[in-house]
Design a protein around this ligand. Structure first.
Ligand SMILES: C[S@@+](CC[C@H](N)C(=O)[O-])C[C@H]1O[C@@H](n2cnc3c(N)ncnc32)[C@H](O)[C@@H]1O
Length: 310
């Protein structure tokens, strides 16, 4: 197996997560339902904060009012460039215009009360001060408009099972794994890099931000991998997992996990025994993925939380 790629500044934030597999994050019919719930057909100005390559801007655009304006902000110049390139390929029947620009979520380049809807997807899990970002999203949203966050609980999938044989687990091994994951989460937060399960506490943050009439929903998307991997969606997902394991990306990296674990109060010796078991698991997973034997229901926990500006 290849060694973990060193984190290079040449790679953008979360770059290993922004590939083709992300295009399959939402079920089309669920987006139809969401568009109805969010009344997107009456939305004329939408801002996508921490937009990355603009994925959600492009997914939501077809539901917006005729001639609506979509603004995407991200601090990574390379993603803004990728989003701008994609604009040339995207054609919406409702003549939506897109503007993507570099910027910081804490100081958005928009006037007060200028947006009908201000949203983010998996941004708040990465920021030091999500409350401050939500306050800034609220500032730029007009009275009556909506602030919307799509954020996960990324701890929950660690307590999900793939194969029936795994239901004969060792309680001690599961507890060891859970302890490491909790320490890594804690460490990541202590280092000011965000909290990966922030979705759970969005209602608390929205309430403190003074957002009213909150609604909380969950995505109905599962990301199963079932042999013989017949759909493109599954094959893309499998290819991504193989790449992550081989390159130590997508949360599989030794250095990143150790850094978080130590910051979360863990001891290096304990991490070594955990990582030995992770390495065996990764090897076995890799073999199964490559021989089309890996199977998973692909459960995930993704919240959609909305709050109204008054
Ligand atoms: C996991 S990616 C999500 C991208 C996009 N929302 C999507 O779902 O495809 C997180 C994004 O937040 C951006 N980001 C993180 N902190 C930011 C900040 N303070 N201001 C603006 N963008 C930020 C990163 O550059 C990255 O593109």
């Amino acid at each position: 197996m290849k060694k973990s790629k060193p984190k290079s500044p040449a790679r953008g934030h979360s770059e290993d997560h922004l590939g083709e597999a992300r295009e399959y994050w939402w079920n089309d019919d669920f987006l139809d339902l969401l568009a109805h719930r969010l009344d997107l057909s009456n939305c004329h100005q939408l801002a996508d904060i921490g937009c990355g390559k603009g994925l959600m801007s492009f997914r939501l655009a077809p539901f917006l009012a005729e001639g609506a304006e979509v603004y995407g902000i991200d601090r990574e110049a390379r993603y803004i460039k990728a989003a701008q390139q994609r604009v040339k390929r995207e054609k919406t029947d409702n003549k939506v215009s897109f503007q993507f620009a570099e910027g910081d979520a804490l100081t958005l380049p928009f006037e007060d009360d200028s947006m009908d809807l201000t949203m983010c997807q998996t941004l708040l899990i990465h920021v030091r001060d999500p409350q401050a970002v939500i306050a800034e999203m609220k500032r730029v949203t007009r009275p009556g408009g909506l602030v919307v966050a799509f954020e996960p609980n990324n701890l929950a999938p660690h307590l999900m099972f793939d194969r029936y044989i795994e239901t004969d687990y060792s309680v001690e091994e599961v507890l060891e794994m859970v302890e490491v994951r909790l320490r890594c989460e804690k460490g990541k937060k202590r280092l000011g890099e965000g909290f990966s399960s922030l979705g759970d506490v969005l209602p608390d943050l929205f309430l403190k931000a003074g957002l009213e009439d909150q609604q909380v929903w969950m995505s109905d998307k599962a990301m199963p991998i079932i042999p013989p991997y017949e759909t493109r969606e599954m094959r893309v997902r499998v290819a991504q997992l193989i790449e992550w394991i081989e390159n130590g990306e997508g949360g599989f990296g030794y250095e990143e996990n150790l850094r978080y674990y130590l910051a979360g109060g863990g001891r290096k010796d304990d991490f070594a025994s955990y990582w030995y078991r992770v390495s065996l698991y990764k090897l076995s997973m890799l073999q199964k993925l490559k021989s089309q034997q890996f199977i998973s229901a692909g459960g995930s926990v993704m919240y959609i939380v909305t709050g109204r500006v008054t």
